[in-house]
Ligand binder design. Structure first.
Ligand SMILES: Nc1ncnc2c1ncn2[C@@H]1O[C@H](COP(=O)(O)OP(=O)(O)OP(=O)(O)O)[C@@H](O)[C@H]1O
Ligand SMILES: [Mg+2]
Length: 421
């Protein structure tokens, strides 16, 4: 169906005189008019041309106006076309019935030229506005759904990248002690085997010569000494794993509904341990030195898990900035550093945590934006730009504190967390 005009009107009337009069009025007012003289014809034309408005006579042979209106409202294609009934002045009940069937208005016969044109115009305008509103609301719905979808995706990515870093960090940290235990256990079991065999010689009442020959063979003195040192290494490796697992527990304390007393330094330390593998020298990148200057802080009431996530986001950002700085400036002799300083401000009843790096800093024009949702300068797939937005939310909304940045471009950046005691 090709719509010929935006002002197309279908007149349904069985009286050729009435229809012709109406046609003249409407054409004069600039409308394009199509006429149907009975119900069947009206429905057929309505579907064919999808007029912008229908002027419908009530009294028609076979199918009356009400029935036609009912059919029009039942069909999806035609249900939104505004219908105006044409009724005799006296028949109030017709007007009520017409409106209740979904007509938007009525005009009374004999028709007044100005009235018909005015009502038709008003309803065309209303119907257009309605269509626009519906279209906009549909578009908004789609946009909203897309926004929600990408939000979920972003949060998911952020969670996965944090989780990924965690897992990588823990795997890396556990690797060394596990490696030590595995390698040493091979020696330990050989040594124990040798010792058992040696003991058996005593049980079997072997001769002194046999016993001392075997002792020489298994290097008994060295074996005893080495076994004890191997067991020590294994023990300290196991303790290290225990520490790591404890740190992990501290880091991920996300289980509290209410604030709990927490040692901020413990949080910082466990976070550092988890990102330790990213501080080491790799390929061309030098080791990142962490300088700590911890004040004597009381425990504070807070949500430890989320707070550690803030430390993690800030520290990872600092590492990224230092690595990026090194890559861009090829500073082979640079000494990348992260300084963590804590201060107790008794007067203001605050504790303040400074996390500073000597990376490339943040250009002035984007300092305002970095806490914004999804703002990132990192390549696609590397940063979601949610780190600081989440950190800001955790510090201000969850803890009533503040998170600010100061940066001298080229010199580095410093993030300042202030938390109420
Ligand atoms: N220490 C820093 N030095 C320099 N720029 C920084 C530093 N911390 C943050 N930025 C800038 O702020 C932007 C936003 O940081 P944010 O942590 O919110 O997201 P991201 O690090 O880009 O991505 P994600 O945290 O999701 O991996 C970064 O892209 C970077 O441009
Ligand atoms: Mg980040």
């Amino acid at each position: 169906m090709v719509k010929l005009h935006e002002k197309q009107i279908l007149i349904v009337d069985d009286s050729p005189t009435n229809a012709a009069a109406l046609l003249a009025i409407l054409q004069q007012a600039g409308f394009y008019v199509v006429i149907a003289n009975d119900g069947k014809n009206a429905l057929k034309k309505a579907i064919e041309i999808l007029p912008n408005l229908i002027l419908l006579d009530v009294m028609l042979p076979e199918m009356d106006g009400f029935e036609i209106c009912l059919h029009l409202k039942e069909m999806q294609e035609t249900q939104d076309i505004p219908v105006i009934f044409m009724t005799a002045l006296s028949r109030i009940e017709d007007k009520v019935k017409g409106l209740s069937l979904g007509a938007v208005d009525y005009v009374t016969k004999p028709l007044q030229k100005e009235e018909v044109v005015a009502r038709v115009n008003v309803h065309l305008k209303l119907s257009n506005l309605n269509k626009q509103l519906e279209k906009q609301s549909r578009e908004l719905k789609v946009a909203l759904a897309q926004l929600q979808e990408s939000q979920i995706q972003l949060i998911q990515n952020e969670k996965m990248s944090t989780l990924g870093q965690l897992v990588a960090g823990v795997a890396h940290e556990i690797n060394n002690p596990v490696g030590a235990i595995t390698a040493n256990s091979v020696y330990a079991s050989t040594y124990v085997n040798d010792l058992v065999n040696h003991l058996r010689l005593y049980q079997q009442k072997a001769t002194d010569e046999e016993i001392s020959a075997h002792a020489q063979e298994i290097e008994l003195d060295f074996l005893v000494e080495d076994l004890s040192s191997i067991l020590n290494t294994m023990q300290s490796s196991a303790l290290r794993i225990k520490d790591i697992s404890e740190s992990f527990r501290v880091f991920s304390r996300n289980d509290t509904e209410d604030k709990v007393a927490f040692d901020i330094h413990e949080g910082l330390e466990s976070t550092l341990l988890i990102i330790k593998h990213r501080l080491k020298a790799v390929d061309k990148y030098p080791k990142i030195e962490v300088i700590k200057d911890y004040a004597n802080l009381p425990e504070i009431n807070c949500f430890p898990g989320p707070l550690n996530q803030v430390f993690m986001n800030l520290l990872i950002n600092a590492v990224d900035a230092l690595r990026d700085c090194h890559k861009k400036h090829k500073k082979t002799n640079s000494k990348p550093q992260i300084q963590i300083r804590t201060v107790l401000d008794n007067e203001k009843k605050h504790i303040v945590i400074y996390i500073q790096d000597n990376g490339m800093g943040i250009p002035e024009e984007i300092q305002e934006k970095i806490f914004g949702y999804a703002f990132t300068t990192k390549p696609v797939g590397k940063g979601t730009g949610l780190g600081l937005a989440i950190a800001q939310q955790i510090i201000t909304e969850k803890h009533g504190g503040s998170l600010e940045v100061t940066s001298q471009p080229g010199e580095g950046a410093e993030f300042v967390i202030s938390l109420p005691l």
